[in-house]
Design a protein around this ligand. Structure first.
Ligand SMILES: Nc1ncnc2c1ncn2[C@@H]1O[C@H](COP(=O)(O)OP(=O)(O)OP(=O)(O)O)[C@@H](O)[C@H]1O
Ligand SMILES: [Mg+2]
Length: 240
């Protein structure tokens, strides 16, 4: 569970990027965060990653109080998170395979483990046939799949995706969202920042709205299938 309680963040004194933000996200949830430029979305991710420190408040991720976490534990903590950015951030001199394998090497995985898990992950994101290619030989959507494979290879508990489809057309954006949904179905908590109303409308997930550093809306997931069921049940009242 992620508990963000009364969090305020001032990068510069007197200028609040987050104002008294409280958000609780349960294990296995899929959540969108929306809001204008500068509303504080990326700041939430930076605090969750412990890339920045909060000014006041408390963040607890899976029972770990980030404010009390020793510096020495931070790298280990970060391995429990997967992060995907809008601009992919792939290593351009490495192949698709090596980009994903690299993320495992840095955490000390054995060669044997890498040889097993990287092909499986590439298959999951639909890139098995492109494993020898370099990032510049891939389309934007394919590059983003590599970035997702890399973020997931160490089996993170939480996936943070900051505008992962910002550079993609709406077809590819939906394909990436379907992939994130699949990953979520396997148990990973997924938090996605997006500016796309189209995506949010199609996905029927919880949406948190930010405005000038505050949470101004939090809509729970809407499942059209359940709605339909309700209507069928209601139908029993009608005689034909
Ligand atoms: N390193 C920093 N130093 C000072 N101010 C910062 C820093 N990073 C962010 N800010 C400020 O904090 C506020 C929130 O920024 P943040 O990046 O969280 O917004 P965002 O919602 O992710 O915006 P966008 O949609 O443009 O990515 C902005 O006013 C920004 O100028
Ligand atoms: Mg941002």
């Amino acid at each position: 569970m992620i508990e963000i309680s009364n969090v305020t963040k001032e990068y510069v004194e007197g200028n609040k990027a987050l104002r008294n933000v409280s958000i609780t996200i349960e294990d296995g949830e899929f959540v969108f965060i929306m809001g204008r430029n500068g509303s504080g979305k990326t700041t939430i991710f930076k605090l969750l990653m412990k890339e920045e420190e909060l000014t006041s408040g408390r963040i607890v991720v899976n029972d770990m109080n980030l404010g009390k976490m020793p510096r020495s534990y931070v790298p280990k903590y970060r391995r429990r998170l997967g992060v995907v950015f809008q601009d992919f951030r792939l290593l351009k001199d490495l192949t698709v395979y090596e980009n994903v394998a690299f993320a495992q090497r840095v955490v000390g995985a054995s060669n044997r483990r890498i040889r097993e898990s990287v092909p499986a992950m590439l298959q999951m994101v639909g890139l098995s046939s492109k494993y020898k290619m370099y990032p510049h030989q891939l389309s934007g959507g394919e590059q983003q799949r590599v970035a997702i494979a890399r973020a997931l290879i160490n089996r993170p508990e939480v996936l943070l995706a900051d505008e992962p489809t910002g550079n993609l057309d709406s077809h590819n954006a939906m394909e990436i969202m379907k992939l994130l949904e699949e990953i979520n179905g396997m148990g990973t908590t997924v938090i996605v920042v997006t500016h796309s109303h189209e995506i949010v409308e199609k996905m029927h997930k919880r949406v948190i709205y930010m405005e000038r550093g505050c949470v101004v809306g939090d809509e729970t997931a809407f499942d059209p299938a359940e709605e339909e069921e309700d209507m069928t049940e209601g139908g029993e009242f009608y005689e034909d």
